[in-house]
Ligand binder design. Structure first.
Ligand SMILES: [Zn+2]
Length: 271
């Protein structure tokens, strides 16, 4: 397929461009990008008019009347205007065509999503009312982490909590805590300043690397962990239980922390 000329639009422009227009076609690339089955994604949007848009942090709200689109761009996501309809793919994760030939692509939603809700479900939605800062935003600082780590919850549980930091999944949290040398089951309020700074740095480093690798290859789409891209080949501890720690050679163990399968090096990440 030839490269389409495309323009980045900021989310505020979505209202200017598409406000009042009816959706004529809509599709998503991967089932995990949305909260409805992919066929339903189009069915629920086609024939509806965009009445307005809103923003809460990096979450864009698209008001289609009886349906509200909740788009979380997280780190890599952008909204692009395409020159014509194109089927969703690894880059154009969700595509909407409006009447008049306007095509908007919600691109690179590798950690993000395009959910559909009924308006009544929205206000109490935890992700919207209490979404934590994006890991690359100015609000995500060591000081911010120091503040949220005053709680007694496990450090892994807190990092998985989307109201603490947006967009960190199970795999990333294990890799971040390995890189920081912090055991996932540690109570967050026992971490000292240097450890918190390491967690902060590792979060950005690992997510940046994951995004870069997904950006270059998406071929092994949907591996055993439901993850995409080549980043799984760079994992140091995740899914490596029984194997040697790449740093010290000790055997990587698997346990359960915060209700999730958790991979640690007992020697590099003492409890
Ligand atoms: Zn080790």
């Amino acid at each position: 397929m030839p490269e389409l000329p495309e323009t980045t639009v900021i989310s505020e422009d979505v209202a200017t461009l598409a406000g009042g227009r009816e959706v004529v076609r809509a599709a998503v690339f991967r089932p995990d990008v949305t909260n409805v089955v992919p066929e339903e994604f189009g069915r629920r949007l086609v024939g509806r008019r965009l009445r307005g848009t809103g923003r809460r942090g990096k979450v864009i709200l698209l008001d289609f009347g009886e349906v509200v689109g909740v788009v979380h761009l997280v780190i890599s996501g952008r909204v692009l205007r395409l020159s014509g309809w194109t089927e969703p793919d690894r880059t154009n994760t969700a595509v909407l065509e409006f009447e008049g030939g306007l095509v908007l692509a919600f691109t690179r939603l590798w950690l993000g999503y395009f959910h559909l809700y009924e308006p009544g479900e929205l206000d109490g939605h935890p992700l919207i009312s209490r979404l934590g800062p994006d890991p690359f935003s100015d609000g995500f600082t060591p000081e911010y982490l120091t503040d949220v780590f005053r709680r007694k919850a496990s450090v892994k549980g807190l990092l998985l909590d989307q109201s603490v930091v947006a967009g960190l999944g199970n795999i990333y949290v294990d890799e971040v805590l390995f890189a920081a040398g912090v055991h996932p089951a540690r109570k967050a309020n026992t971490l000292h300043g240097e450890e918190i700074r390491k967690v902060h740095t590792a979060t950005r480093d690992i997510l940046r690397r994951a995004i870069e690798l997904r950006g270059t290859t998406f071929d092994s789409y949907h591996d055993a962990f439901g993850e995409t891209g080549k980043f799984q080949h760079q994992l140091k501890v995740f899914a490596r239980a029984g194997g040697p720690c790449p740093r010290c050679g000790a055997e990587i163990t698997k346990s359960r922390v915060a209700g999730r399968g958790t991979h640690t090096c007992p020697s590099c990440q003492p409890l």
